[in-house]
Design a protein around this ligand. Structure first.
Ligand code: NAP
Length: 294
């Protein structure tokens, strides 16, 4: 078949990866929910147009591919399952480009037999009102150091997206999850990264991160005492208008990834009998912001 790589979910992250593949001469098959002619990525170095069309009917997939980048939100995996069924066979690698530490258990039931590869996505990308995507930092992924990661390395080699392998994926994934959990505070304040310059928000974030750090360690992550402060420092060093995908979803009144970004830490903390008083406030507020009622 013509396409050996597919991107399912051509949003902010999916467009970035599709553009990286296209620039490297490996234009992917684009699978979405909203029909469009092409994707456009805007980065500091210029724009990339990825030719489409974006297919919206899984029945039009021309058989299995070698590699699927799954870049729908965690809340959209079930709805995207027909794409996975159409694109995957037992040799397909599904690289999940999502936040959280539950990528494998959430996707595996939809692709029995395929290899599911979790990832940590380090770059911020924002959907723009004209349908293009703005990439706000260098594209970078971290993958576990396992055999199926080699295909992703190969497909993205020479592209704008660098790929690192780690033998301790648990620690890297939890480190990123803490950052995502802190970003959830932006939803509750309705503000972008500039809010972390407030002393009271910095203090709250630090306390929240210390609580999350205990849970991460109980889950096997090897993270030092300095991580909470590093996360606060990182937000303070960001442009004041830097958002986060969960804030973009809130602004657009879409469902939020509150379960995979925040509730997971509360739930795992409770399982380990670790006190999580800040999570106990943050999580219900995010859940209500996402799902209502009201
Ligand atoms: N954006 C970031 O800066 C960033 C950074 C790191 C990690 N992440 C994580 O990466 C993941 C993706 O985030 P994102 O910001 O790229 O989300 P996004 O911009 O909302 O993209 C999701 C894409 O999936 C499409 N989609 C939804 N349902 C689908 C279905 N049933 N079949 C096919 N496509 C479907 C959406 O289509 P529509 O156009 O119709 O909505 C959209 O194009 C999330 O887990 C997020 O937390 C994001």
């Amino acid at each position: 078949m013509k396409f050996k790589v597919a991107v399912v979910g051509p949003g902010a992250i999916g467009t970035t990866i599709a553009a990286a593949l296209h620039e490297a001469g490996r234009t992917p098959f684009l699978c979405g929910r909203t029909a469009r002619e092409c994707l456009v990525l805007n980065a500091d170095e210029g724009s990339v147009r990825v030719p489409g069309p974006i297919e919206v009917d899984p029945d039009r997939a021309e058989g299995p591919v070698d590699l699927v980048f799954l870049a729908v939100k965690a809340t959209q995996v079930e709805a995207a399952a027909p794409w996975l069924a159409a694109l995957c066979h037992e040799h397909t690698v599904v690289c999940v480009l999502q936040n959280g530490v539950e990528q494998v258990p959430s996707v595996a039931p939809h692709v029995p037999g395929s290899s599911i590869l979790p990832s940590v996505v380090w770059f911020p990308a924002e959907n723009q009102p004209d349908g293009s995507v703005r990439l706000r930092a260098k594209a970078r992924l971290t993958l576990p150091d396992e055999a199926s990661s080699q295909l992703v390395l190969e497909m993205l080699s020479g592209s704008r997206c660098s790929v690192e392998l780690t033998s301790d994926f648990t620690s890297v994934a939890w480190r990123k999850l803490l950052q995502n959990a802190a970003a959830g505070l932006m939803v509750l304040a309705g503000r972008r990264s500039g809010m972390f310059h407030r002393a009271d928000i910095a203090e709250l974030t630090l306390r929240y991160m210390r609580e999350c750090l205990e849970v991460a360690r109980a889950e096997g992550a090897l993270l030092g005492d300095e991580v909470p402060q590093e996360i606060v420092d990182r937000f303070q060093a960001s442009p004041v208008d830097m958002g986060t995908s969960i804030l973009a979803d809130r602004t657009a009144d879409r469902p939020l990834e509150w379960k995979t970004r925040n509730a997971i830490i509360l739930n795992r903390g409770q399982a380990h009998f670790i006190p999580t008083p800040i999570s106990a406030v943050v999580v219900p507020l995010l859940a209500a912001a996402s799902d209502g009622p009201g």
